[in-house]
Ligand binder design. Structure first.
Ligand SMILES: *Cc1c(COP(=O)(O)O)cnc(C)c1O
Length: 440
């Protein structure tokens, strides 16, 4: 083979949880599901989501801070997460009418739902008010429309963060002060429960600083007779997908020719981070927990990706393999929309895994990028040339690990009239597996 070593990227093996490793090690499970589905599918483990949610709740409890964890629902559409929220007494963060109805249908109570998102339709405001949801107000005319419903409403005022002045979300300083005035005037129907923000990036410091400042704003609002019990610090809790050494090496040695056709990317998700998940909430509470506790302010947060960490992986059937210059191309059944990072001008970097690749003894390793089943040149699941232990062949399965957070269904479509990949929930009992489709 005419492969020159320099054009091949070092491996970025994905971190995987025990349940996923065991499910992938079972000799039959994935092949059985693949035979039934006859296309790509997503494997999910709601118990892992429940564990992540419980860890967030524990972080609040350990800091002696009251509050609520709302699952940022846009990160994955499966119904199974909603039942876990009910089980662990969590809430849901929604931004559309269908998301609200879905949460209610799974038994999530309106009082445990927060409605975020920009300028919301009056129909959504009405339905959310009927169910006593908490509504994060994003602009003044929206507040007027909500007050105009003449229903009892619970609201937060969403703040435009100074560290992110170009954001299209939230109220600037002047708008915020007008909004507070209107809440005071409309106190007969409006319960103003506090303030909210949602920051880009995954850093502890800006979240702790803004929360600290808003505690003062809350205390001042209480002096005007408003409830102002709570601050939502939004989402953006970090996750790690790979080991720190592998990530550092990837960044240090980075070359464009690691990618098919020298594809260039401006930016990648930081696939290794610290602290992550509930540990990041603890780090925030280490800085401002005491102030929340001493002012009896509740801390609300809206993690999406972090609750889904290690709660699922995606499986694609291999449709073919061929050489293309010094490397190969694997074509899979399914589309790159099932790996949403590919639709943000970026790449999902943890290495895909060829299932049961060790089964053919004596075969030579190959390097290949991974294309989807559509007729688009840019329908590529992985541009990076990945080394596989043997040439993939028709009927093999290719696993993308840890995809539940945003990768699975954010961008999926029925392009080419292909059905959307189902989500399959697996159960293990005494080393044996059963599985079922995720119900709406
Ligand atoms: C998307 C979103 C979240 C969830 O963000 P993650 O990065 O997945 O934690 C939370 N709150 C708001 C307002 C959002 O728009």
């Amino acid at each position: 083979m005419a492969v020159t070593v320099s054009t091949i990227a070092p491996p970025l093996p994905a971190l995987q949880s025990d349940w996923a490793v065991r499910a992938q090690a079972d000799p039959f499970l994935l092949a059985d599901i693949a035979r039934a589905v006859r296309g790509p599918f997503h494997v999910i483990e709601p118990g892992r989501f429940g564990g992540n949610l419980a860890a967030f709740k524990d972080a609040l409890r350990a800091a002696g801070v009251d509050g609520q964890i709302y699952y940022g629902k846009k990160a994955n559409k499966a119904g199974a997460w909603l039942s876990e929220c009910v089980r662990y007494d969590g809430g849901i963060d929604i931004a559309s009418e269908p998301e609200l109805i879905h949460a209610l249908a799974h038994g999530v109570r309106g009082e445990d739902i927060v409605v975020t998102g920009a300028a919301k339709a009056t129909g959504l405001l009405w339905l959310a008010s009927r169910h006593h949801c908490l509504i994060a107000i994003d602009n003044l005319d929206e507040l007027d429309r909500l007050i105009g419903l003449r229903l009892p409403v619970r609201i937060l005022l969403r703040v435009l963060p100074e560290v992110n002045p170009h954001s299209r979300f939230g109220l600037d300083r002047e708008q915020l002060s007008s909004a507070v005035d209107r809440c005071v005037q409309a106190m007969d129907t409006v319960t103003m429960e506090g303030f909210a923000f949602h920051l880009d990036g995954y850093r502890v410091q800006p979240r702790a600083e803004l929360a600290d400042r808003l505690i003062d704003t809350c205390v001042a609002a209480r002096a005007s007779g408003l409830a102002a019990t709570s601050i939502s610090i939004g989402g953006g809790f970090a996750c790690s997908y790979v080991d720190p050494e592998d990530w550092q090496r990837f960044r240090d040695e980075y070359r464009d020719d690691w990618f098919h056709a020298e594809m260039r990317f401006a930016k990648f998700y930081p696939y290794y981070q610290s602290p992550i998940g509930a540990g990041m909430l603890t780090a925030i509470l280490d800085r401002v927990g005491r102030r929340f506790a001493t002012t009896s302010t509740r801390l609300l947060c809206e993690p999406g990706r972090a609750l889904l960490d290690q709660a699922g992986f995606s499986v694609f059937p291999v449709h073919g393999f061929k050489q293309r210059g010094d490397h190969g191309v694997i074509t899979v059944g399914g589309l790159s929309m099932s790996v949403s990072e590919q639709w943000k001008g970026s790449e999902f970097l943890p290495d895909p895994i060829l299932w049961q690749a060790d089964s053919a003894g004596g075969a030579e390793p190959v390097t290949a990028f991974v294309g989807g089943a559509s007729c688009m040149e840019y329908d590529v699941l992985t541009w990076r040339k990945i080394t596989f232990p043997r040439p993939p062949r028709y009927g093999d399965l290719l696993i993308y690990p840890n995809t539940a957070g945003y990768q699975m269904d954010k961008n999926e479509s029925e392009f080419h009239q292909l059905p959307l990949p189902p989500k399959v929930r697996v159960h293990e009992c005494d080393g044996r597996y059963t599985w079922e489709f995720d119900a709406y």
